[in-house]
Design a protein around this ligand. Sequence first.
Ligand code: FAD
Length: 413
Amino acid sequence: MLATPVDAKRSSRKIHARATEYLQNYDTDLTDSQRTVREAISKICAKYPDEYWRKLDESKEFPTDLHRSLADNGWLGICMPQEYGGSELGISEAAVMMQTISESGGGMTAASSVHMNIFGLEPVVKFGTAEQKARWLKPLIAGKERACFGVTEPNTGLDTLRLQSQAKKDGDSYLLTGQKIWISTAQNAQKILILVRTTPLSEVTKPSHGLSLFYTDLDPSAVQITEIPKMGRAAVDTNSLFFENWRVPASDLVGRENDGFKTILHGMNAERILIAAEALGLGYAALRRAALYASDRTVFGRPIGMNQGIQHPLAESWMQLEAARLMIYHAARMYDAGYTAGEYANAAKYLAAEAAFQACERAVMTHGGMGYAREYHVERYLREVLIPRIAPVSREMICNYIGERVLGLPKSF
Ligand SMILES: Cc1cc2nc3c(=O)[nH]c(=O)nc-3n(C[C@H](O)[C@H](O)[C@H](O)COP(=O)(O)OP(=O)(O)OC[C@H]3O[C@@H](n4cnc5c(N)ncnc54)[C@H](O)[C@@H]3O)c2cc1C
């Protein structure tokens, strides 16, 4: 259904000062449920202004308050089945939620503090038993448990199918041995969704076979968790994990043994769409700050935004963000309609991350020296916007995917 008709005198997508003022009330392309999400999330995020995020970035404290507010208002279950306390909305609504959280000024810090809990457990929703869903989804949705995601490994990187962590069956449990790297929120999560090999690579017909997925307690007495000092998003930790003969109950296996890759694939397109929406939000936040500063700051007797050298790059960034926005919500609609191929989700993640990076960089440059000062926030945005360019999949791997799957070119790796 179309929203309120566009007011001809007023741009439907003006850049305003705060997330709460930036409601897309005049947008004709938001559905009623998306608008409801936008308004509700904006209200929650308005309690956490830019200054709050700057302080957390300095103190490195996990944003538990935001996580709690979203849980208390039922938002952590936006995509989860109603039976377990969720709202059963689509990725189209979850993308609005994540865009708004990031756009409010919280950026990747705010988004990453809940990201995994929004759609990460999709493999459990699709492949978990009724007992597992009741055991795992309810506490996650209620905000009583937090989950992290363990796929990346130091020796294999993007070559996921060659990951080296193993699980060996031992009675009614498995013994997990190996290492993971870049595992976000492991310092604060009680649970981990972890992918390991249960049949050696040498014994499978295809590398995608023989992997298994577990959702289990992240037990710090069995897993060595070491934080990685990093460039941005300091409040949301990222870690390396090391484990040897870590005993995990067989009842924590998600789906069938050796089918883990197939199981985990189910969440991947959705994750790319959400990351894209988070990048988009950050890009808009940066552009908003740049436009405000360019109007206010006077040099040579006129606002710097009067100079086309300042104005045109910002105008171009707006167009690029809007183009990415269209791709994101197109990919989300397709996903919600049951489309399973990955070209639109991947393209959305690529375009949004690149457009957002450019907007953040331009926002810093528009601020001149002040762009380098923490007080103006855009340097934090620039540090954070590199994350969606790198993770969960790099730009190069997206181009490989499009080259091979869409253009029919020979596989390059
Ligand atoms: C802040 C942050 C948080 C993260 N959180 C998580 C998390 O919670 N859980 C998790 O499992 N992982 C997480 N990651 C890991 C992230 O998904 C990986 O860093 C990413 O997938 C890239 O893998 P890599 O770092 O091993 O790069 P590598 O695989 O070492 O690749 C390095 C570079 O080489 C390029 N390259 C490699 N192979 C090819 C090829 N065939 N063709 C063209 N280019 C190629 C890549 O595109 C990349 O630019 C996180 C990373 C960061 C930075």
